[in-house]
Design a protein around this ligand. Structure first.
Ligand code: OFO
Length: 172
C-alpha cells in the first residue's frame, strides 16, 4: 500500500512523463515540417517512450492500492530557433526529469517504501542513458556547425540511433 505522500509524488511524476511526451511530440512536428525526417522520427519515438514511462508509473500506482491521476498538462513549446536549440532544450529537459526522479527516490527512502524505491531504479538507469544520448547528440551538432552536408548526414544517421534506442528499450 502506498502512503499518501508517495502516491502524490508518483502522480506528480506521471504528469512530468506525460508532459515529456508532449514536449517531444511538439519537437517531432517542428522537425517534420522543416523537412528533417530523421530528426522527426527520433522525436516521435522519444515521445512514445515517454508515454511508456508514464504508463509504467500509472500501472504501478493502481496496482499498489493508489489511484493514478490523469491531469491537465502544460502546453509545450512548438517552435524553435534552430534544431540545435531544440536539442539543447531536450537535454535541459532530461536533466530536469533526472532531478525529479532523484527527488522521488529520496521521498521513497524517507517513507521507508522499499518497493517503490526498487521500482524507481529502472527510471534512474533510464535517465542516465537518456542524458548520455542527449549529450552525444549535442556534441555531434556542435561538430556540424552550419554545414548543410553535415546536417543532411546527421538527419540520416539519427534514424539509426532511433532504431538502436528503440531496440534497447523494454518497459514492461
Ligand atoms: Fe521519461 O525518460 Fe526521459 O524524460
Amino acid at each position: 500500500m502506498l502512503s499518501k505522500k508517495i502516491e502524490k509524488a508518483l502522480n506528480d511524476q506521471i504528469r512530468v512523463e506525460a508532459e515529456s511526451s508532449q514536449i517531444y511530440l511538439a519537437m517531432a512536428c517542428w522537425a517534420e515540417v522543416k523537412g528533417l525526417e530523421g530528426v522527426a522520427g527520433f522525436m516521435y519515438s522519444q515521445s512514445d517512450e515517454e508515454r511508456a514511462h508514464m504508463l509504467k508509473l500509472v500501472r504501478y500506482v493502481n496496482e499498489r492500492g493508489g489511484h493514478a491521476h490523469v491531469s491537465a498538462l502544460k502546453a509545450p513549446n512548438v517552435t524553435f530557433k534552430s534544431f540545435k536549440e531544440m536539442f539543447e532544450k531536450l537535454f535541459e529537459h532530461e536533466v530536469f526529469v533526472s532531478e525529479s526522479i532523484n527527488e522521488l527516490v529520496h521521498i521513497a527512502l524517507q517513507e521507508k517504501d522499499y518497493s517503490t524505491h526498487n521500482f524507481l531504479q529502472w527510471y534512474v538507469a533510464e535517465q542516465i542513458e537518456e542524458e548520455a544520448m542527449a549529450r552525444t547528440i549535442l556534441d555531434k551538432i556542435n561538430m556540424i556547425g552550419n554545414d548543410k552536408g553535415g546536417l543532411y548526414l546527421f538527419d540520416r544517421d539519427i534514424q539509426q540511433l532511433t532504431i538502436s534506442t528503440a531496440a534497447s528499450e523494454s518497459p514492461e
